[in-house]
Design a protein around this ligand. Structure first.
Ligand code: UDP
Length: 330
C-alpha cells in the first residue's frame, strides 16, 4: 500500500472523465475509474489500465456504489452529454444525474470525501441573460427533448447543495460549457465531431437551422485545469468553466471547412426543438476565485482535435451511430 490520495472518477471512459483520470494520475493520485460503458469507450483509458495506481470498475452508478478502503475525492462525470444521446437514452440520462448523484453523495458522506459534480450550461436552458452568470436561474423546458438532461442536472445541483447544507459535506459544482478535444465520440451528434467527421468522409456539413445560434467552445485541457482548481478551492457555489470566445454555428462550420480543406459545402437541416439560441459563459467568478481563464485559442485547439480525428481508422470513421435528428426520429 502506498499513501497516495484516492480519487473516484465516474464516467472515466468518457471524453472528460478520461482526461481527468490522466490529470489525477499525473498529480500522483490513486485513481479509481468507474463507467458502465453505455457511451464511454475503454479505448480512452487503455493506456492507464496497466498502471498500478489505476483501477477500473465496470459499474452503473445508479446502482449502489461500493468502494473499499479510503476515499478522498469523488468527481461525478458519468452522463450522456449530447442532445441525440438524450433522445436515445432518456431514462438513463435522468437516472445518472439524479439517482447516481444521490448514491455518490452517500458514498462521499460515508467516506468523508470531497465531491465535485459535473453540472452544465444546460441548467440555463435557452438563456434570456447573455452572457450567462452563475446567478441566472435559467429558462428550461422540463418536458422538451433536453429536459431529461437539464432537469436531472438541476436536481443534481439541488441535492448536492442540500448535502452540503444539512450534512456539512464538502461539495463543489462546476457548470461546464461546450468543450472539445481528442476522445470526443466521433458520432455522438455534437457539432464539432459531426462537422469534422463529415469533412473526413467527404460529406456536406449539416448546419441545423440558419446557423445563427451561437456557442463558445473550450479546449479540454483548459477545462480540466479549471476543474482541478475548483476541487482544490474552498468555493461551494456553482462556477462556470468555459471559453467566452463566442461564434455562430455557421462561422464555426466555415472554420472547419478551412481547417480540413474539404471541398464540401454547408447545408441546412431543421433546427431541433429547444436548441439554445446563444450561449457564452461569464467567467468572472472563475477568474476571481480560481485565478483561472482559458489559454488555448480555437485555432490551436481545433488543430489538435482534427489531428486526433484524422488518426482514427476507416472503420471508426464510418461507424455512424446516428447522422442527425431527422434520421434518428425515423
Ligand atoms: N449543430 C449543427 N449541426 C450538427 C450538429 C449540431 O448545426 O450536425 C448545432 C446544434 O443545433 C446546436 C449547436 O450546433 O445549435 C451545438 O450543438 P451540440 O449538439 O454540439 O451541443 P449543444 O450546445 O446544443 O448542447
Amino acid at each position: 500500500m502506498t499513501n497516495r490520495k484516492r480519487v473516484l472518477i465516474t464516467g472515466a471512459a468518457g471524453f472528460l472523465g478520461s482526461h481527468l483520470c490522466d490529470r489525477f494520475i499525473k498529480e500522483g493520485y490513486h485513481v479509481i475509474g468507474m463507467d458502465n460503458l453505455i457511451t464511454g469507450d475503454m479505448k480512452n483509458i487503455e493506456h492507464l489500465t496497466r498502471l498500478e495506481q489505476f483501477e477500473f470498475h465496470h459499474h452503473d452508478v445508479t446502482q449502489h456504489v461500493h468502494i473499499g478502503g479510503e476515499l478522498h475525492y469523488i468527481l461525478h462525470f458519468a452522463s450522456p452529454a449530447s442532445p441525440i444521446d438524450y433522445l436515445k437514452i432518456p431514462i438513463q440520462t435522468l437516472k445518472v444525474s439524479s439517482l447516481g448523484t444521490h448514491n455518490l453523495l452517500g458514498l462521499a458522506k460515508a467516506k468523508g470525501a470531497r465531491i465535485l459534480v459535473a453540472s452544465t450550461s444546460e441548467v440555463y436552458g435557452d438563456p434570456l441573460v447573455h452572457p450567462q452568470t452563475e446567478d441566472y436561474w435559467g429558462n428550461v423546458n422540463p418536458i422538451g427533448p433536453r429536459g431529461v438532461y437539464d432537469e436531472a442536472k438541476r436536481f443534481q445541483e439541488a441535492i448536492t447543495m442540500a448535502y452540503h447544507t444539512y450534512h456539512k459535506l464538502e461539495t463543489r459544482i462546476v457548470r461546464i460549457f461546450n468543450t472539445y478535444g481528442p476522445r470526443m465520440r466521433l458520432n455522438d451528434g455534437r457539432v464539432l465531431p459531426a462537422f469534422i467527421g463529415q469533412a473526413l468522409r467527404g460529406e456536406d456539413l449539416t448546419i441545423f437551422g440558419d446557423g445563427s445560434q451561437t456557442r463558445s467552445f473550450c479546449y479540454v485541457d483548459d477545462l480540466v485545469e479549471g476543474i482541478y482548481r475548483l476541487l482544490m478551492s474552498d468555493y461551494v457555489q456553482p462556477v462556470n468553466i468555459g471559453n467566452p470566445s463566442e461564434i455562430t454555428i455557421k462561422q464555426f462550420g466555415e472554420e472547419i471547412i478551412k481547417l480540413t480543406g474539404t471541398k464540401q459545402k454547408l447545408i441546412s437541416l431543421p433546427l431541433p426543438q429547444d436548441d439554445p439560441k446563444q450561449r457564452k459563459p461569464d467567467i468572472t467568478v472563475a477568474k476571481k476565485i480560481l485565478g483561472w481563464e482559458p489559454k488555448v485559442n480555437r485555432a490551436e485547439g481545433l488543430k489538435i482535435t482534427y489531428d486526433y480525428f484524422k488518426s482514427l481508422t476507416a472503420d471508426e470513421l464510418n461507424k455512424i451511430e446516428h447522422k442527425n435528428f431527422e434520421d434518428f426520429k425515423k
